[in-house]
Write a protein that binds this ligand. Structure first.
Ligand code: NOJ
Length: 530
């Protein structure tokens, strides 16, 4: 079980309102108590923060807002002392426009070797005033920006994130060296950002479709020229060889928004990455048939290449599942929720989120949690728009609220300034007043709290070997899913009517059962059969 830490929003040691590495180190005992196996840290490298650190200016150092390289070493050592592995984020698709390479590319001009590290092209139209193709940025607006001498550069994300040219061997050599830098500092692996984007179709052909980070092509649609090109796999084979040369188990995890599952499984073939996030699972509707279909398909696809399946419900790019699941079933995935938008039903959302979590944590494979979900934390769905910082909000012309709502600094203590996030009231995104009721100190030791539900689930997951188990379906109807894994029987009731529990001893449940022992709507139970 891997726990994602978003450093800006986890714990702030110095009171500037932005989380930092010493803040994380001071809270490692919480993660050990919760029962996580590994932490994945979102980027903490020097960065102008045009995309909250996913715009890296120097891959071998630490952003002063977050601390120093010595703080990173200390964090890694302290995590290790508690038996926690550490995975860092690697952002190879693009650098920051403040990276020294990009400065050099601008300084040297068209045709230079320095420009070949990025994707520079002349524009279209008589004066080259039109972008080289019609690609849109994931955050909205054109994916090209024109520089002073008239050429254009590609950025699939923000203009502050120029795409690298992975056809250039110099780029490949540089990243092998960056990997070595962190492997030598004893990290256990890398989460690879936009792993499906590094290679672009050579002709940079137009693509009339809207640009989305969150959906890969369905089988019957043409493959977008910027995503999931076959050439990416050679890069990961090189990286895998490098990792295999290091002692211990070091892993690569692909952030690849690729569908269908069979296509995603190509990233985790035996000589490539170890795991890939399963976003098809995250996006699946809360119905028994949809969950059955995605679980079955995910397991089959990864089994075919001998890799573990992964499961994820929340991260720093999507509406938190305690809120997402509080929207009516079948609602299209919102890219953020704000004032004036349809508001999720908090009680339904939390109830389903807890049921979804216990379903997920009973599945064989690797589960990924996002900081705060162990508190049942909802999305901040009424954040004032003026407070928003995700470039999506501006670049989409205020049509997409973006990802700030899931990135709000998390609450530790109900009655402390910034709910214990830091020593002062400062918080880089506003925390809603409901944070008090979700704070860790209101849940720790409280029977039935979401925190204690997660903690017990993680303990049982470990003792029953669920992560390494095998799933055997017992029931896959329209209303109820039930399966066996590692000596437990797991049942989720999606239907409107209560259903009898599986026979045996109840070992865990996402909510109270009815007085007659039946399993209510939107509840998952774990039972040890007699
Ligand atoms: C995926 C990251 O998770 C997201 O936060 C970021 O904006 C893009 N990649 C671009 O790096």
């Amino acid at each position: 079980m891997i726990y994602q830490i978003y450093p800006r929003s986890f714990a702030d040691s110095d009171g500037d309102g932005i989380g930092d590495l010493p803040g994380i180190t001071a809270r490692l005992d919480h993660l050990a108590e919760l029962g996580v196996d590994a932490i994945w840290l979102s980027p903490f490298y020097p960065s102008p923060q045009a995309d909250a650190g996913y715009d890296v200016a120097d891959y071998r150092d630490v952003e002063p807002l977050f601390g120093t390289l010595a703080d990173a070493d200390h964090l890694i050592a302290q995590a290790r002392a508690r038996g926690l592995r550490v995975i860092v984020d690697l952002v190879p698709n693009h650098t920051s426009s403040a990276h020294r390479w990009f400065d050099a590319a601008l300084a040297t001009g068209p045709g230079s070797a320095e420009r070949q590290r990025y994707v520079f092209r002349d524009g279209r139209g008589p004066d080259g005033t039109e972008p080289p193709n019609d690609w849109q940025s994931v955050f909205g607006g054109p994916a090209w920006t024109r520089v002073a001498d008239g050429q254009w550069y590609l950025h699939l994300f923000d203009p502050g994130q120029p795409d690298l040219n992975w056809d250039n061997p110099e780029v490949r050599t540089e990243f092998l060296d960056v990997l070595r830098f962190w492997l030598d500092r004893a990290v256990d692996g890398f989460r690879v950002d936009v792993a499906h984007g590094l290679i672009k179709q050579a002709d940079l052909a137009d693509w009339q479709e809207p640009q989305e980070i969150l959906s890969g092509p369905e089988t019957d649609k043409p493959r977008p020229p910027m995503w999931d090109q076959d050439g990416v796999h050679e890069i990961y084979r090189d990286w895998r060889r490098l990792l295999d040369g290091y002692p211990g188990e070091r892993i690569l995890v692909a952030e690849a928004w690729v569908e269908p599952a069979e296509r995603l499984a190509r990233y985790v073939r035996p000589d490539e990455m170890h795991q890939a996030f399963n976003f098809e699972y995250l996006l699946a509707s809360w119905t028994a048939p949809a969950q059955y279909a995605v679980i079955t398909r995910s397991l089959a696809a990864t089994d075919a290449v001998g890799a573990p399946t992964t499961w994820v419900l929340s991260n720093h790019d999507v509406v938190r599942h305690a809120s997402r699941l509080g929207l009516p079933v079948g609602t299209a995935r919102p890219n953020g929720i704000g004032i004036g938008d349809e508001q999720p039903d908090a009680a339904t959302g939390l109830r389903r989120a807890r049921a979804a979590t216990l379903l997920m944590l009973a599945l064989p494979g690797s589960a990924y949690l996002f900081q705060g979900e162990e508190l049942g934390l909802p999305e901040h769905t009424t954040m004032p728009d003026e407070a928003r910082q995700d470039p999506t909000w501006e670049r989409s012309g205020h049509t997409q609220r973006g990802r700030d709502g899931c990135r709000v600094p998390i609450p530790w203590e109900a009655d402390a300034p910034s709910y214990g996030f830091g020593p002062t009231d400062a918080s880089w995104l506003p925390q809603p007043p409901v944070w008090a009721e979700y704070a860790l100190d209101r849940q720790r030791g409280v029977t039935g709290s979401t925190y204690e539900m997660y903690r017990a689930a993680l303990r049982l997951r470990r003792t029953h070997g669920l992560g390494r188990g095998t799933l055997e379906w017992l029931s896959s109807g329209d209303e109820v899913l039930a399966f066996r894994n590692g000596g437990l029987v797991v049942l989720t009731n999606f239907g409107a009517a209560a259903v009898p529990p599986p026979g045996g001893e109840l070992v865990h449940s996402s909510g109270p059962l009815n007085a007659d022992g039946s399993v209510p709507t939107d509840v998952t139970v774990w039972v040890r059969p007699a």
